[in-house]
Each structure stands twice: as C-alpha cells, then as structure tokens.
Ligand binder design. Structure first.
Ligand SMILES: Cc1ncc(COP(=O)(O)O)c(C=O)c1O
Length: 498
C-alpha cells in the first residue's frame, strides 16, 4: 500500500470535507446543499492519484445526505474543555523532547513507538563510536557492552539475565521460538482470534510445514478475564496433544489486556508450553517474569520503552534453552543434545544469540539511554504509566462520547492500558477485501489531510479505532483526533463506502 504525504492537489492542506451532522461545533450550521467546486476538485484529484477512480465515479456515489462544506484545520478543534492537569507531560513536553513534525499529532505510539531526541542523539553517538574502529567493537565490544545491558533489562522485567537475549523485534522472537522448537505433527496449539497477524501466519506455516493442529478460541467482547481463563483452560483440558498455548499480554487490534500471568500458571500446571507475545509489554505494564514463569516471552523495546528500532527481548525459561536456536543460526551453534559444563552451559542462550550475523547494534546500545530518559526526565515507569493510563481512560471516554459509541469493555476487568479501543460510528463492509479497501483509503486521507493517525480495524461486525496515550500526548490531541477521524469517515462515505 502506498502512503501519500504532503499537500492535497488543490494546493491547500487545510481544506476538509465536513458533515454538518457531526460534532458540537457543526450542529445547526448552514447551507447543506453543496460540495464546492474547489473541494470537489481536491477530492477527485486525490482519487485520480491514489485509486485510479475518476471524479465522475466519486460524484455519482454521493447522495442527498452527503452534504459537505469546507472547514479549516483551526475550525476543527471541538468545543470541549481543556484542562491543565497533564503538565508537564503533554504536547509541550512533546515539543521539547520529541522530534515530531510541526503539525503532527502522534496518536499511534502503539504501532511503531517514537523516541525522544536525546535517545536519537545517543544512538547516533553509539553509531559513531562503532565507526571509530569497527573491529574492536565486533570482536570484543559486543561481549563487554551487551552483557550489562541484558542485566539492566532483566531487572526491569524481573528475570534471570541468562534467560534473556535481544532480537530485532517481536515477530523475529516469535519466529525464533516457533521455527526452532522441535514441534511435531499432531502437536496442538491453542491460540485466540485476536492474535497478531504475523504470529498467526507463523503458526499457519507450522501447520503447513509440520502438520501441527491449531485450536482458535473466539474472544467476544465484552468479556472478562475469568472468561478468557476459562476458554483457555477448557481448551487445554479437552483437546489431545496440547503442546503450546500462545497469547498476548495486551492484544493489538482490538487493544485489550489479557490475563497472561494466570495463563502462564495454567499452562505450567498442565505441562503445556506458554508462548507470550508481549510486543506491548515492557514500558507499558508492570512485569515480573520470575513470578509469571512463562516458557517463552517476547517484548518489543522499540514500542513502549522509547528504544529505537529495532530491538526486542526474548526470554526463554532455562528448561528450554537446549531447544531454542537463533534465527539465523549464528556463529555459536549447539545442538539440542549437547550440554556444556559450568558457566558455558549457563550462558549458552546468550552466546548463541549474540552474533547472528553483522547487524546494527546501536539500538541495543541505546537501551540504557532510553531508560535514563524515562527515569530522569519522565520521573520513572510508574509516573509514565499513571499519566498514560489516566489519559487513555479520559481520552477514550471523550472519543466514545463524541462518536456516540462505546469503549471496548471487559465487564468488571479494565482492558485499558495506554491504549484504548473505541467503536467507530461507521459500519459498512463485511467482506475482507472491502475492509482492506476502506482501510487503505482511510490511511491515505487521515495522514495526508490531518497529520495524524488513529488505526482502525474491523472486528466481529464492528469497526474499531485504537488510541494511544503517551507522555507527549494530551487531551487536546484526542480532541483533534476525534475531528480527524470523523472527517475521514465522512470522506469515506463521500466515496460511497457507507
Ligand atoms: C501483539 C503484537 N505482536 C507482534 C507485533 C509485531 O511487532 P514487530 O513489528 O516489532 O515485530 C505487534 C506489532 O504491532 C503486535 O501488536
């Protein structure tokens, strides 16, 4: 899919379609009869560039209800009270410490993260240091410098550092485990339907290549954590040859907390391997791997810990070290049956994952700088978490109010972290290809016209939006995002997607 950035074809990036039926400011306004020539040419220009449809296609899909007017970006902020209580976090904090473009409002930290300027500078310093003389870094530096960083991260997640290595991202971590562990035909996996797409595909690969069986549980929200635990437990107890349960800490789309620690215990009690996808974990939720005792756990650091792309941790319980091999197999390879003596056995996991070919180690080297920023500038993990959860809760409530919809809820359990999921006031498209088409148009328009992005997805008959709070976000950004999303939905309707 191609993203288009920059100004619209009519030469103005501030012109928007606005439906008169949405939002406090638009109520009761105005002459609804038109779509101005200028705005129309903007829309058809966009269509010509991005979809190949022509302007005739566009206008013929409009009906009486699709009345639009031009508004400016300034008009777009809704009439909702602003408070000062987020200071020092919020937009000013973002302007001071982060490098977003002047007009950008980042409401999608959950996808790719974002790093403070100080962390980016630190990364560049590490890159330059390596360039001073690459040989000593690759021959000895990686050993001396990375071991203490593993220790530091192990403290953050309360784990034995020997059980923890760095890989480039959560997708790689999941692939590493699933594709190196000696699964065999008939082994059964228990997964759920909110599993991340690439992880589902990796399990599909095992189905195709090895012949493992997959039981996919359906999460129907609102549901509470006890129901999730029951679903997993009864599947584990009722299917034969259950070898692994795969679950998230916090699911992606829709974003929701999962009772992953209890699930780890359920698996351990029943002799089933647990693979925890904590892509959204470190920097987002409190973690104690010593208490949860998963067999396998991954967390991206580049999402919520302010570490640059690309780095994730991969945790492997000591009992499984022999069965896990790095991807790619590295300069150190030990087969499943080889046991070393003493310290060498102790560090076998770290040794096999240290040099998986020549990679850019600067993201790993920058981890301490990210942690320093979080402690010294942000005031520590707890303070960040409190701000973000509170903002996501208030922001999500505001979104739901303005949309006239509901937050994805969990009965008595709170599903909100720094991410909150809210139903869209929009419901076309039950075919996957149409969903993809709508999503593509949505992405292009909201990024180009609004300099923001709120991901949307279709789940169980409903379109949902996912909103990320962060220390550089405040309630005004949510208000801005509300207008951006509503306007983009109007645009979609103008294309005939309704
Ligand atoms: C739940 C979940 N798992 C895995 C991933 C993959 O992360 P990465 O792209 O860093 O490998 C994501 C990314 O958003 C995710 O949300």
């Amino acid at each position: 899919m191609s993203f288009l950035f920059g100004r619209s074809t009519n030469g103005s990036s501030t012109q928007k379609y606005k439906s008169s039926q949405f939002g406090p400011r638009t109520a009761g306004i105005h002459n609804k009869s038109h779509m101005s020539t200028q705005s129309h040419s903007g829309a058809s220009g966009l269509l010509n560039r991005t979809t190949g449809f022509n302007s005739h296609d566009t206008s013929s899909s409009l009906t009486e209800e699709d009345d639009f007017e031009i508004i400016t970006m300034e008009d777009a902020l809704p009439d909702v009270e602003t408070t000062d209580q987020e200071v020092p976090f919020g937009r000013k904090f973002g302007k001071k410490y982060f490098g977003f473009g002047e007009k950008v409002r980042n409401l999608n930290h959950g996808s790719f993260g974002a790093i403070p300027n100080a962390v980016l500078d630190a990364r560049v310093r590490h890159m330059k240091d390596i360039q001073l003389f690459p040989d000593p870094f690759f021959k000895t530096g990686i050993f001396n410098q990375i071991a203490p960083i593993r220790k530091q991260v192990a403290e953050l997640v309360d784990a034995d550092p020997d059980n923890l290595v760095f890989v480039t991202n959560a997708t790689t971590a999941v692939n590493t485990i699933l594709r190196s562990y000696p699964f065999k035909k008939g082994d059964t996996f228990i997964i759920c339907n909110t599993i991340y797409g690439s992880c589902r595909n990796t399990i599909q690969f095992l189905q195709d290549r090895v012949g493992v069986k997959v039981v996919e549980l359906t999460f129907t929200y609102p549901m509470n954590h006890a129901e999730i635990l029951d679903l997993f437990t009864s599947a584990i107890d009722s299917y034969e040859n259950v070898r692994m349960a795969f679950f998230d800490t916090v699911s992606s789309m829709p974003a929701a907390t999962i009772p992953w620690e209890e699930l780890c215990h359920i698996c351990r009690d029943r002799g089933v391997l647990s693979m925890v996808d904590g892509a959204h974990a470190i920097g987002l939720i409190p973690l104690s791997l010593r208490t949860a005792r998963p067999d396998f756990f991954t967390s991206n650091l580049h999402k919520w810990l302010f570490t640059p792309n690309s780095v994730a941790l991969l945790y492997v319980d000591r009992s499984q070290h022999h069965y896990v091999h790095s991807l790619p197999v590295s300069a150190v390879y030990l087969d499943d049956n080889t046991t070393l003596s003493g310290d060498k056995e102790q560090s076998r996991l770290a040794d096999t994952f240290l040099y998986t070919g020549t990679i850019d180690y600067s993201a790993i080297l920058t981890i301490p700088d990210s942690i320093k920023f979080r402690n010294e500038v942000c005031g520590g993990e707890e303070r960040i978490r409190q701000y973000c959860t509170d903002l996501a809760t208030r922001g999500g409530a505001l979104v739901a109010k303005e949309f006239g919809t509901e937050i994805l809820s969990g009965k008595e359990d709170n599903l909100i972290t720094s991410m909150v999921t809210v139903a869209l006031p929009y419901n076309p498209a039950d075919s996957p290809s149409l969903q993809g088409e709508i999503n593509g148009k949505y992405i292009e328009y909201i990024i180009r016209e609004w300099n923001t992005f709120v991901p949307i997805s279709y789940y169980k008959g409903q379109w949902w939006s996912r909103w990320s709070a962060q220390v550089y976000v405040d309630i005004d950004d949510f208000k801005y995002g509300i207008r951006a999303v509503l306007n983009t939905l109007e645009y979609l309707k103008s294309l005939g997607y309704k």
